[in-house]
Design a protein around this ligand. Structure first.
Ligand code: ADP
Length: 278
């Protein structure tokens, strides 16, 4: 039993598995790197706002690497319960044993805990992060009867997309007012060209053409499209082109078909692609 406990404890406290080993490719949009470092130095919780696929997660990954801290990412969804974050007792052949949830693991080992798309979580789930965000820096494990004090390196980061959720779901003020915030947008053209070239290896002329397709789609936001084409999808198109797919086919497959079911919008975008790659 002792042996098992030893291995168990080692598995849980092993930071290595959560380290970001290789430097993520990240092109800063402004001075967000220095600002994040300042927030981290004070262990202030950080929120990254912006449309889907604009670089929020990549930024957090890059910062974890730069700061040399483990990163634990949690993709939030509405079925997620407080126990999914905090932990629960599991029943096995030897009785019950406690299994830390990812938030608890992050607080124990001193990781950056990144809750991606936090508004997807229900509000009764979201409140469990509150005591970790203020001077208390604690996490009550009620079922286990433990009050966990967060490791000095622990920091909380969340992302959310204010645009498309605001009607249905929003973050409560009582949660919002616990975070500092970065507001991201799709990268400016020159930067997005550099990102596409850096991520996929395509030439800058083709990258610029893709960025022009992105710009055309982003102008349709609110006129039939809820969101424009994300940087992520532009990277997909660039990757397909790099692999030998024709630009027109790559754009249809990676940029247009995923984002719309509306024939008119589809045709408009297809025409824009034909014109740009004429
Ligand atoms: P989200 O905002 O949804 O978290 P991601 O961070 O996953 O988006 O970004 C999507 C993709 O776009 C990344 O995988 C990367 O290829 C690319 N990307 C976006 N912004 C940047 C950036 N500033 N530097 C490098 N790659 C970026």
């Amino acid at each position: 039993v002792e042996r098992r406990q030893y291995f168990w404890r080692r598995a849980v406290t092993d930071k290595g598995q959560f380290r970001v080993l290789d430097e993520p490719f990240y092109q800063p949009q402004g001075n967000e790197v220095a600002l994040y470092e300042a927030a981290y130095a004070a262990r202030l919780p950080v929120m990254v706002k912006g449309p889907t696929g604009c670089g929020k997660s990549r930024f957090i990954e890059y910062m974890a690497w730069r700061l040399g801290k483990p990163l634990i990412t949690i993709a939030c969804n509405e079925d997620m319960t407080a126990s999914d974050l905090v932990g629960r007792y599991l029943l096995d052949a030897n009785g019950t044993r406690w299994l830390d949830g990812p938030l608890t693991t992050a607080a124990r080992i001193g990781a950056i805990c990144y809750l991606d798309e936090i508004v997807e979580a229900r509000q009764d789930t979201t409140v469990v992060i509150h005591p970790l965000t203020d001077h208390r820096r604690t996490l009550p494990l009620d079922k286990k009867g433990e009050l966990l004090r967060a490791h000095p390196d622990f920091q909380l980061a969340i992302s959310y997309n204010p645009g498309y959720q605001s009607l249905m779901k929003d973050l409560k003020q009582s949660t919002k007012q616990r975070f500092t915030a970065f507001e991201f947008e799709y990268p400016a053209a020159a930067l997005e060209i550099a990102i596409l070239a850096g991520e996929s290896g395509i030439d800058t002329v083709t990258a610029e053409q893709l960025v022009n397709v992105g710009a055309a789609a982003r102008r349709l936001k609110g006129h039939g499209l809820d969101e424009g084409i994300s940087t992520r999808l532009l990277v997909y198109a660039a990757t397909l082109i790099r692999a030998g797919v024709s630009p027109r086919e790559a754009c249809r497959m990676a940029l247009v078909r995923p984002i719309t079911d509306d024939r008119d919008i589809r045709d408009t975008l297809d025409h824009a692609i034909d014109a740009i790659f004429a």
